[in-house]
Write a protein that binds this ligand. Structure first.
Ligand code: NDP
Length: 466
């Protein structure tokens, strides 16, 4: 729909070649998109349709996503560089998300409240209006679905700003939305640079809410821009999540899971357990098992179904990750495995899965989110020290505790300052359960019925009966 005719290029990070050209929205395009979204909300049928009717359209959209799963997964793999088998799972998870919120649409209830005055007092949840959803490049379709599905289910009108590295599957989702029966202007994709398109959306007074997933520094900027209007904002930000390993567990199994959680999506995952802390008595044995599993990872062409680890999303990002590794080694960490591009395909932004041992809390590599296939391993001497290590971060998104002692597992899990904790597991995300971070990992909870609160206002009505 952009009039200006400007485009930007999307690269395939595996081939280091241009994959597509996408319309780059300019100020007028954004203005028009917001105007048409505002009209759709103020006068259109979507917010006024019954919640059940909205649910039916979302169910149709879920079916379209499943029908097109092969194509969507291929484009996701090509634009992010993620292994095709992960991309297929993510597309189906996106469809499941639409199915969940199709069912949730007519289950958003208010309360009746026994107030002192003579009358009936009740609450209702109503849509916020026009919402801008700004999504990152690591799970482009899935994270778009986490936001689009509850926002539409609640009756809002939606503008999606995809990441510039990865706009293609969001554009396909927009097309599928129209085919599924969403009225014109209800779901619009607005590609273009975050600093221009994203900021215009945030500052536009016709936009009622911004939901964002991305870096903590960008989240800070968004809060600042939204502050003058007291605009509704929800944020899913960075993480530096720990895995704690206590004695007595099956070390081989735990090492295999720790590898999966650290290197899935090449570590470009806000929930990646990139800080591992192990009881000092089992440290050596754990490190041996962990490195064995890392070496067994199949790194290669993401379109090959056998591949477990593809390239990073871009050349500059790989450079950034490499700088972290170099700095970690200079600070005294021990390179256990990886750390280079040796033996990897010549073309593509690959980096070998990397682990640094003897890591210490003072090191930047332990403190900063790296967002690549890099893990640090620390030793602890007691349960208390393990908890302190886990919480010694500005982030608080997720974490895993591995212990055979049920009391210990629960005791530790409940002391972690993180929004999503798994015990003897690396699973962080369940569509049915709330997801989000403590501290600088975010504001608000996505997924579950909690997401319906992110996309509604609460109104209280009192009816006098005297
Ligand atoms: P960024 O913050 O760089 O970008 C995210 C999105 O915001 C992109 O669409 C980007 O557009 C846009 N954007 C950038 N600058 C602005 C701005 N000034 N105003 C408005 N929008 C802007 O994050 P990344 O894409 O690099 O994503 C990685 C980050 O996301 C990591 O920190 C990761 O931890 C976090 N993340 C958090 C999750 C969570 O649930 N907590 C889940 C997944 C990721 P453009 O691409 O055009 O720059």
């Amino acid at each position: 729909m952009a009039r200006a005719g400007h485009v930007f290029e999307v690269e395939n990070p595996c081939r280091e070649a241009v994959l597509a050209q996408v319309t780059r929205f300019d100020a007028d395009d954004v203005d028009q998109a917001v105007a048409s979204a505002r009209r759709a909300f103020d006068t259109g049928g979507w917010p006024r349709a019954s919640a059940t009717a909205r649910g039916r359209v979302l169910l149709a959209l879920a079916a379209k996503v499943r029908e097109q799963a092969g194509d969507l997964a291929r484009w996701e793999t090509r634009q992010v560089g993620k292994p095709i088998r992960d991309a297929i799972n993510e597309v189906h998870a996106a469809a499941s998300c639409f199915e969940f919120y199709a069912g949730a649409a007519n289950k958003v209830y208010g309360h009746t409240i026994p107030v002192s005055a003579a009358g009936l007092d009740f609450t209702e949840r109503i849509p916020l209006g026009v919402v801008a959803l700004i999504v990152p490049w690591n799970f482009p379709l899935l994270i778009a679905a986490w936001k689009v599905a509850p926002a539409l289910a609640a009756g809002n009108v939606v503008l999606v700003k995809p990441a510039s590295y990865t706009p293609l599957t969001a554009l396909l989702l927009g097309r599928l939305g129209t085919e599924a029966g969403l009225p014109a202007g209800v779901l619009t994709i607005v590609p273009g640079p975050g600093a221009e398109v994203g900021e215009r959306l945030i500052e536009d007074r016709r936009v009622d809410k911004v939901a964002f997933t991305g870096e903590t520094t960008t989240g800070t900027r968004i809060l600042q821009l939204a502050a003058p209007q007291i605009k509704r904002v929800s944020l899913e930000l960075g993480g530096k999540s720990p895995t704690l390993v206590f004695p007595g567990v099956d070390l081989d199994r735990v090492a295999a899971l720790a590898v999966q959680s650290a290197y899935g999506n090449a570590g470009q995952d806000c929930c990646a357990r990139s800080r591992i802390a192990v009881d000092r008595d089992i440290y050596d044995e754990f490190v041996e098992a962990f490195c064995r599993h890392v070496r067994a990872l199949h790194v290669g062409d993401p379109e090959d179904p056998a591949t477990e680890l593809g390239p990073l999303v871009s050349g500059p990002h790989r450079e950034r990750v490499m700088r972290h590794v170099t700095r970690g080694i200079a600070d005294g960490a021990e390179l256990l495995v990886g750390g280079s591009t040796e033996g990897l395909p010549d073309r593509g932004y690959y980096l070998a899965p990397t682990a640094l041992g003897a890591a210490e809390a003072r090191m930047d590599i332990v403190r900063e989110e790296i967002f690549g296939p890099v893990t640090t391993i620390q030793r602890f001497a007691s349960e208390q020290e393990a908890i302190e290590m886990a919480n010694d971060t500005v982030y608080g998104l997720s974490g895993s505790v591995f212990s055979r002692d049920g009391g210990q597992a629960l005791r530790v899990a409940r002391q972690l300052r993180a929004g999503v904790v798994s015990v003897n597991s690396i699973k962080s995300v369940h569509i049915e359960a709330p997801f989000g971070g403590f501290k600088q990992s975010g504001l608000g909870r996505e997924l579950g019925m909690e997401a319906m609160e992110l996309y509604t206002e609460l109104r209280n009505i009192f009816i006098e009966v005297d």
